[in-house]
Design a protein around this ligand. Structure first.
Ligand code: GLY
Length: 418
């Protein structure tokens, strides 16, 4: 790995954040011969990655009328089966991709019209869908309520359990010789002569390295010590979700169901993720009664059996969101040695299959991803330097440059009726 200067015995690369961005990067760099140390204030995969629903849904979870986003999502989706094979081979962990597809469901006329508009967009991009009348949809998913109006099957969407993926990735990193330092609060970036040379821990000690990768989700943007001109304008978009469990085991619902503002994502073991709110509330972690109420109301309107499930967890996560909604992976503006890996917004799990390669290709100069995929250059569309510099109040997230109105009490149907 010629492009990474060695500072033996320091690692070639220190990665801040051991989640679904940092872990794939660590594993990829280790496989390319680098030495890697990860630091995380918690344990690997215990941050937003633990909250993620796990959809591999470049069609329903990515804006399908945004060709760049769609194409990047399709590249990531295409790489998932091979990625899981590699993880299994490296660790022996059992990871399964659920390939049952998505059923997007309309509950009233407005939602049915939105679904038909969505289908027209899919047709334009050559994406497979199947329009189903209620009886046909209920044959495929008998737990659906009879009040359903219309459904659209999207067969190419899939899902994984992000917790099994992060556990396998952490094991793969360790097996490949990486170090994961859990319980390590990072105070800030360390610069020397304008170059990033490491990070300072909260106890005042430092980890020095040839390169520093900030993969701290929405919090990446507020790391101390980063000059404003090198920061990235990533903000937290809060999501609240519920983890439900069927004591009778799996099988009540097989496909990912999407409805109005929400989704129900089945796991192989009888758990279901019911999500999610979309809130512009900065770094707020409150679980609110209205969110639990609205999620259960909407979910049970579509699948009445939801109310018989055990409520096992209430979850809050911060989607790391850039102004254009695309990931932010690559070199920082004008600071040698500093790299960003954030901005995955609603698709941290989907993009995990390419995040390692995106960052490692840019950092090492050894290109493994295609220079052209569809109409995009994957590295170029995620390059952090596409954004102008931002000025940040250290206590607050960056200002929201675009997006819905603040204080979104309840998610709007059009947010998800796609
Ligand atoms: N990808 C699911 C969500 O962001 O809610």
């Amino acid at each position: 790995m010629a492009a990474v200067p060695a500072f033996s015995p320091n690692p070639d690369v220190v990665i801040v954040g051991a989640g679904l961005a940092g872990l794939p990067i660590a594993w990829e760099l280790l496989r390319r011969g680098a030495t890697v140390r990860m630091v995380d204030r918690g344990r690997p995969g215990e941050g937003t990655s633990r909250v993620a629903a796990g959809m591999l849904a470049p069609i329903t979870e990515v804006e399908p009328d945004d060709p760049v986003h769609l194409t990047l999502g399709q590249l990531a989706r295409e790489r998932w089966p091979g990625y899981v094979d590699g993880l299994r081979a490296a660790t022996g962990h059992a990871i399964a991709i659920r390939t049952h597809g998505t059923l997007a469901v309309a509950r009233d006329r407005d939602e049915a019209e939105a679904l038909d508009r969505f289908r027209a967009i899919c047709d334009r991009f050559g994406l497979a869908t199947e329009r189903l009348m209620p009886s046909a949809a209920r044959k495929r998913e008998p737990a659906l309520a009879p009040t359903l109006r219309l459904a659209l099957e999207i067969p190419d969407d899939a899902a994984v359990d992000p917790r099994t993926v992060t556990a396998a990735l952490a094991a793969a990193v360790v097996a490949a010789g990486g170090t994961i330092e859990s319980g390590c609060e990072v105070r800030g970036l360390v610069l020397d002569g304008g170059r990033a040379v490491g990070v300072e821990r909260a106890d005042g000690t430092t980890v020095r390295a040839g390169a520093v990768v900030i993969a701290g989700g929405a919090e990446s943007a507020r790391l101390a010590g980063v000059p404003d001109h090198a920061r990235v304008p990533v903000r937290p978009v809060k999501g609240q979700l519920l983890m439900l469990r069927d004591p009778a085991g799996p099988g009540m619902v097989e496909r990912v169901l999407r409805f109005g503002p929400g989704y129900l994502v089945p796991r192989d073991d009888g758990r279901y993720v019911l999500g999610a709110t979309t809130e512009e509330r900065g770094f707020d972690r409150t679980v609110t009664a209205w969110a639990v109420h609205d999620l259960l109301r909407d979910g049970s309107e579509l699948v009445p059996g939801v109310l018989d499930l055990e409520l096992v967890e209430t979850l809050v996560g911060w989607r790391p969101t850039s102004p254009d909604g695309l990931p932010v992976v690559g070199p920082a503006r004008d600071i040698d040695g500093l790299w960003w890996a954030t901005g995955q917004h609603r698709n941290g799990v989907l993009f995990a299959s390419i995040t390692g390669a995106l960052l490692a290709d840019a950092l090492t100069g050894d290109r493994t991803l295609p220079g052209r995929y569809g109409a995009i250059d994957p590295l170029a569309v995620v390059d952090p330097r596409r954004f102008a510099s931002v000025t940040l109040d250290r206590d607050d997230p960056p200002a929201r440059p675009t997006g819905p109105a603040d204080d979104v009490r309840a998610p709007r149907k059009e947010d998800h009726a796609r």
